[in-house]
Write a protein that binds this ligand. Structure first.
Ligand code: ADP
Ligand code: MG
Length: 243
């Protein structure tokens, strides 16, 4: 379970102070698929980085399974990130000089696992994302959608219970983006907790709950129903007709 308790995060910029997150309370149950939506600058990435222990709140606390992150040492946080949380970013963030398979293995290598411990997982995950045949390619020899699928496989190599994705479809065309959200959905079905940051309402509608952010605050939380999903499909058909 992920809990944010009265979380604030401010940044000092030159003389000004930016209040990126302003008093957020949010509980995400284990195994839930939550989307965070809001305009650019509304604090989505800041919230995700706080959940993922990549950043610390200025005030308030983040708890993972009841454990307060503010009480963890840097070493404990690094270990927690490595074992508990998988990240997928908009910019893929693959290491350019190593192969797809080596990129997927990276979190395991950083945690000093032996190749025998992760070799099968790397192959299984590359197969899951449809890239087993391209395992030996460098990131530069893959399309954007393929690179993001490698990043997705990398996020899962330690089998983390939580998967955080920050605009993972932002640099992809519609079809490649849908493939990534299909993978997120499959990983939710497999029991993971998913937090997806996006500004695409259609993609957000595939989550169980949508948290709406504006100016660092939660304005409201919605639950997309089946009916809403169908509405989205109708709207999509309308789009195609218009072209
Ligand atoms: P979003 O992901 O919704 O676009 P962010 O969480 O990235 O929004 O940013 C929220 C606000 O905080 C913005 O005004 C942004 O400029 C500011 N901000 C985010 N990170 C930093 C930082 N490291 N230093 C200074 N300001 C930041
Ligand atoms: Mg962002």
């Amino acid at each position: 379970m992920i809990e944010l308790r009265n979380v604030f995060r401010s940044f000092d910029q030159d003389e000004a102070r930016v209040d990126a997150v302003r008093g957020i309370d949010l509980t995400i149950e284990r195994g839930q698929f939550v989307a965070v939506i809001g305009p650019s600058g509304s604090g989505k990435s800041t919230v995700l980085n706080l959940i993922g222990a990549l950043d610390r709140p200025t005030e308030g606390d983040v708890l993972l399974d009841g454990r307060s992150l503010s009480k963890c040492s840097r070493t404990e946080l690094a270990r927690l990130r490595g074992l508990t949380i998988g990240f997928v970013f908009q910019a893929f963030n693959l290491v350019p000089g190593i192969t797809a398979a080596e990129n997927v293995a990276l979190p395991a290598v950083l945690l000093r696992k032996r190749p025998a411990e992760y070799r099968d997982d790397v192959a299984r995950l590359l197969d899951l994302v449809g890239l087993l045949a391209k395992a030996e390619r460098l990131p530069g020899q893959l399309s954007g959608g393929e690179q993001q699928r490698v990043a997705f496989a990398r996020a899962l190599v330690m089998d983390p219970p939580i998967l955080l994705a920050d605009e993972p479809t932002g640099n992809l065309d519609t079809k490649a983006g849908e493939a990534i959200v299909d993978l997120l959905e499959a990983s939710h079905d497999a029991g993971r907790t998913i937090v997806l940051v996006t500004h695409d309402l259609r993609l957000a509608s595939r989550a169980q709950r949508i948290v709406h952010l504006r100016d660092g605050e939660i304005t409201h939380i919605t639950c997309p129903s089946q009916r809403d999903r169908r509405l989205e499909e109708i709207l999509e058909v309308g789009d195609h007709d218009a072209r």
